[in-house]
Design a protein around this ligand. Structure first.
Ligand code: HEM
Length: 477
């Protein structure tokens, strides 16, 4: 049998040219450091990119050193600082070139009268963010050693901001819920498909491949630096990096207070699970609406469900098992977005992201969280990382149209309790509706538990493109 063709116009993934993070979560590398960088000097930036490219982990077999992972991503301002020609910059997506801070209002972040984000520490005030170096290692000393080595290799013209250090990767995020369960299966990925995994086209993750519309979207060209077809995009993707502080104490205090007020055996755990759409164990409310079967690890079928089929409408009510307003149902409405279930599944496939988040700050047990003082209820959260071929159609669509929407699917004055953003507490009435029989429950005055502390939109280039960027910056043709 003839080998499948590889290269432009082919759907065979060139794994050796793809940064590993696109297809691998680096789950055995529990400790991460994210280093924000400023390119103060263009030639120095080019020299550094050329040097670090040899250490960048690739997706293909043999492309990853066993104990370390290194990835590099560049912001729109970073591409400008590398001196790319205007036609190349103009062909990059608008949202990348605008940068995350300028989109803060539409993302539901708190902004000032000039729409500038409030409460951000990343990038550091007054510092331009041009690139992010992502480092992963197996132990804290190995991570610190890798970080020190990489910082030592930065030339004078590439300036590091304070590093962002993750907590050890666990299967739980800070509110205490199992995380990392639902990921799309990307055609061409090296691992097998899991039960319930939606299949998305390669071009939904990687540039240069056929996407959910059956098209090969145009990508930016960079001539004169030896790229096949001058294609800068091929085998690259976009990275959303968001630092989200979680008020874990406020979260559990609120649900404990609501449980006491409601009485009748309602618990904080039961209410918080309605906000998330899953129990802390990871079991979906669709599978177990009343009691958490509480397995130590989520069972193999934990992601194998639909809403229309498995949580059907009764007595004219939707979401009796899993509330429509819950985080997971908003973030991926599966077959229940509208139209027929099959139509909904097709549409939803155009709005999936590959999540690669890591927690930071000390963990706190959910049963101890409510007792945290306000001072201790700070400094922990999620580095939310999401990858996709379109930031606008993936992350921004989910955030804007589903999570922050105050009228999502017939809800009223509700935002996603987990990541729906919105103005500061007290400026907007926020509720959570829990469909129930004979009468629904409605929680009022839901505080904001997650606060954005910064972030960036970045381009995660393929390996050839990274080397080409280095060549261009070092000596433009
Ligand atoms: C601190 C903030 C956040 C926390 C604590 C959080 C937590 C969780 C948890 C526990 C799950 C269920 C487990 C899983 O499927 O992996 C989940 C699912 C998900 N989250 Fe978040 N999340 C946060 C922010 C976000 C943001 C900002 C987005 C996107 C814009 C997002 C998108 C998703 C998606 C797409 C799913 C999968 C839904 C599904 O396919 O069923 N999350 N999240």
């Amino acid at each position: 049998m003839a080998a499948a063709p590889v290269g432009p116009g082919s759907d065979v993934v060139e794994h050796a040219d793809v940064q590993a993070l696109a297809f691998h979560a680096h789950k055995h590398h529990l400790h991460a450091a994210f280093v924000p960088l400023t390119f103060a000097d263009r030639a120095a930036a080019g020299a550094w990119l050329a040097d670090v490219a040899s250490r960048v982990s690739r997706s293909g077999p043999g492309g990853r050193a066993p104990d370390e992972r290194v990835q590099v991503a560049i912001t729109g301002d970073g591409l400008r600082a590398l001196g790319l020609p205007p036609e190349t910059l103009d062909a990059m997506p608008q949202e990348l070139m605008d940068g995350m801070a300028s989109r803060a209002r539409l993302l539901g972040d708190v902004v000032d009268e000039l729409d500038r984000p409030v409460g951000w520490s990343l990038p550091a005030p007054g510092r331009a963010l041009h690139a992010l170096l992502l480092l992963y290692a197996r132990t804290p000393p190995a991570r610190d050693d890798l970080l020190e080595r990489e910082l030592g290799l930065l030339p004078a013209g590439v300036v590091a901001h304070p590093s962002e250090l993750s907590d050890a990767l666990r299967d739980r995020e800070h509110f205490g819920f199992a995380d990392g369960l639902s990921q799309p299966y990307v055609v061409g990925q090296l691992k097998d498909r899991l039960p319930g995994q939606d299949v998305i086209a390669t071009g939904e993750l990687l540039l240069g491949y056929r996407n959910a519309y059956g098209r090969y979207p145009e990508t930016a060209r960079l001539p004169g630096v030896g790229l096949p077809g001058d294609d800068l995009g091929r085998n690259g993707t976009f990275l959303v990096f968001r630092k989200l502080e979680q008020k874990v104490g406020a979260f559990w205090r609120y649900f404990e207070d609501q449980a006491v007020a409601l009485g009748g055996g309602v618990t904080a755990d039961w209410l918080a699970a309605r906000a998330m759409g899953r129990w802390r164990s990871g079991v979906s409310l669709v599978h177990a609406p009343d009691v958490d079967p509480a397995p130590a690890t989520p069972p193999p079928g934990a992601n194998d469900f639909r809403y229309v089929d498995d949580d059907p409408m009764k007595d004219d009510r939707h979401g009796l098992r899993c509330p429509i307003a819950s985080h997971v149902r908003r973030a991926n409405p599966r077959d229940a977005r509208g139209g027929t279930p099959a139509e909904s599944l097709e549409v939803v496939k155009r709005h999936r992201v590959v999540r690669r988040g890591r927690s930071y700050g000390p963990a706190v047990a959910p049963n101890e969280a409510a007792a945290l003082s306000p001072d201790a209820d700070a400094g922990r959260g999620l580095y939310f990382l999401a990858l996709g071929a379109s930031i606008a159609r993936g992350f921004e669509f989910i955030q804007q149209t589903w999570l922050t929407s105050v009228g999502f699917h017939g809800t009223h004055r509700e935002r996603d309790v987990i990541a729906g953003g919105g103005p500061p507490d007290g400026e907007e009435p926020r509720s959570l509706t829990i469909p129930a029989r004979p009468v629904r429950l409605r929680l009022h005055g839901v505080p904001r538990f997650v606060h954005t502390r910064g972030g960036a939109y970045l381009f995660l280039p393929g390996l050839r493109a990274l080397a080409a960027l280095a060549r261009w910056a070092a000596s433009p043709p």
